[in-house]
Write a protein that binds this ligand. Structure first.
Ligand SMILES: [Zn+2]
Length: 454
């Protein structure tokens, strides 16, 4: 009896400690359906042990011993997935109705990283829009867990772009302007000194309207990056560019390619380590955005009414001709996604969130994108693996992406099963990052009072 009482007291103390942001040394989470993210079938009525912020054991409920004094959390009826990972975003630019480098402050970046955490995203990769010292400082601070309610901030540093991509107001103002092979190599060497594992370049003629990087220039970027042990992500959507980039050894495509044919599939087969992030949100939302009318409660809780209305108005302003064109483009993209998935191409999740003026809701974009990928023809299981294990691998995050011994205890507890319906990823019960439960109530209250309006 005394033993039981002691155990209860310890458990109560641990629960209180957790609520105050003090992490108990050991917590056994029991009863949930556990989707580990490694592609295997979920474990029904699972148990998993978290010790000092890391997963240490997992299995069926009753089979996982807990150390003396471990706190216990009953998750019966819930589903647990690894925390999600956004492999392509643009962080710090958007702030309510404005977007631009003037918003790129410590406070705004931190606000975005808290939004990601709120939505169950453990890490987000800014793709080439960062500048100055700030991204490197925040990368280190958030990796160390300095703000327990914020996701990890990953930076590609300054991207590499042709002159015509760059204008003062857009996010590519941050980029290195690439004009010569020697200059390109020097830029990559500078990024290597900042220990940027994945860099970003733009190869897009924007429908034939601008001169983009030539194969000798992007070839030099790829060659120098690989020499330095870095990988390269590219913004490229045209099939011809994509094929040349595959031949040149590109590591990651940041966007879906506009059309997929047998030659492209064969090139992906020859380059099995090349991954693709789909970034379907822009082409999909102009065709279908069922979460916007009326706005999903998670959007209402985190986005200002003016920002919601602006997107509603923009979508409503489409002409029937524009809508028909958008539908055609989407059908072609979706067909390509199905072909890539069937061919076993490594697909990750990138939202491209925050990158365009005004109409992207930081954090929410992840859940819209998961729905987009299913709408394109992937299964919920494929999409969840893409958003967890695959995206972690693509970003080189060895301690994220799956629920497995030794990984950081970053996971999302859901009230319903996303394998039944991918939109169940929005039914978030709690988010745990590095073993700490994110204080979602406090974050939501802050946004509601406009403490940080975004
Ligand atoms: Zn982007």
């Amino acid at each position: 009896m005394a033993k039981l009482l002691l155990a209860l007291l310890v458990a109560a103390a641990s629960a209180t400690a957790a609520a105050q942001g003090v992490r108990p040394a050991a917590v056994l989470y029991e009863g949930a359906r556990l989707f580990t993210g490694d592609g295997s079938a979920p474990i029904e009525r699972s148990a998993f042990l978290v010790e000092n912020g890391r997963f240490t054991r997992m299995g069926r409920q009753g089979d996982v011993p807990a150390p003396v004094g471990a706190a216990r959390v009953d998750l019966t009826g819930k589903t647990v997935i690894p925390a999600l990972i956004d492999a392509h975003s643009h962080i710090g630019y958007m702030k309510n109705l404005t977007s631009g480098p003037q918003n790129y402050t410590r406070e705004n970046i931190l606000d975005h990283m808290r939004r990601f955490a709120y939505f169950g995203v453990a890490a987000s990769q800014a793709m080439g829009s960062d500048f100055g010292e700030l991204p490197f400082q925040l990368r280190e601070e958030l990796r160390a867990g300095k703000d327990p309610d914020a996701a990890r901030f990953l930076t590609a540093g300054r991207g590499l772009a042709p002159l015509e991509e760059i204008s003062p107001g857009n996010m590519r103002h941050a980029a290195y302007v690439v004009t010569t092979v020697e200059g390109a190599r020097a830029d990559v060497q500078e990024l290597a000194q900042r220990k940027v594992p994945l860099i970003k370049m733009w190869v897009d003629t924007r429908g034939g309207t601008i001169k983009t990087l030539t194969p000798d220039l992007y070839g030099a970027i790829l060659d120098e990056a690989h020499k330095q042990g870095m990988r390269v992500a590219v913004h490229a959507t045209a099939p011809g560019d994509a094929k040349n980039l595959l031949r040149a050894g590109i590591d990651v495509f940041g966007h879906m390619i506009s059309d997929v044919d047998d030659e492209l599939l064969a090139l992906f087969k020859q380059h099995p380590n090349t991954a693709i992030l789909l970034a379907l949100s822009a082409p999909r939302r102009i065709v279908s955005a069922p979460w916007l009318n009326p706005p999903h409660p998670l959007i209402r809780d985190t986005v200002s009414p003016a920002q919601i209305k602006r997107l509603q108005d923009r979508l409503a302003a489409q002409t029937p001709e524009e809508a028909a064109q958008a539908r055609q483009a989407w059908d072609r993209l979706a067909r390509g996604v199905r072909l890539l998935a069937a061919a076993g191409v490594k697909i990750g999740v990138g939202t491209d969130g925050g990158g365009q003026t005004g109409d992207q809701f930081v954090g929410w974009t992840m859940h819209a994108e998961l729905e987009n990928m299913v709408a394109a023809g992937m299964t919920p299981a494929q999409v969840l693996v893409a958003a967890t294990r695959n995206s972690a691998e693509i970003l080189g995050l060895a301690d994220l992406g799956t629920v497995a011994p030794g990984k950081s205890a970053d996971f999302v507890v859901l009230d319903a099963n996303p394998l039944d319906d991918i939109t169940n990823t929005r039914r978030i019960s709690k988010v745990v990052l590095r073993g700490y439960e994110v204080d979602r109530g406090r974050l939501r209250a802050g946004w509601a009072t406009g403490a940080s309006s975004n």
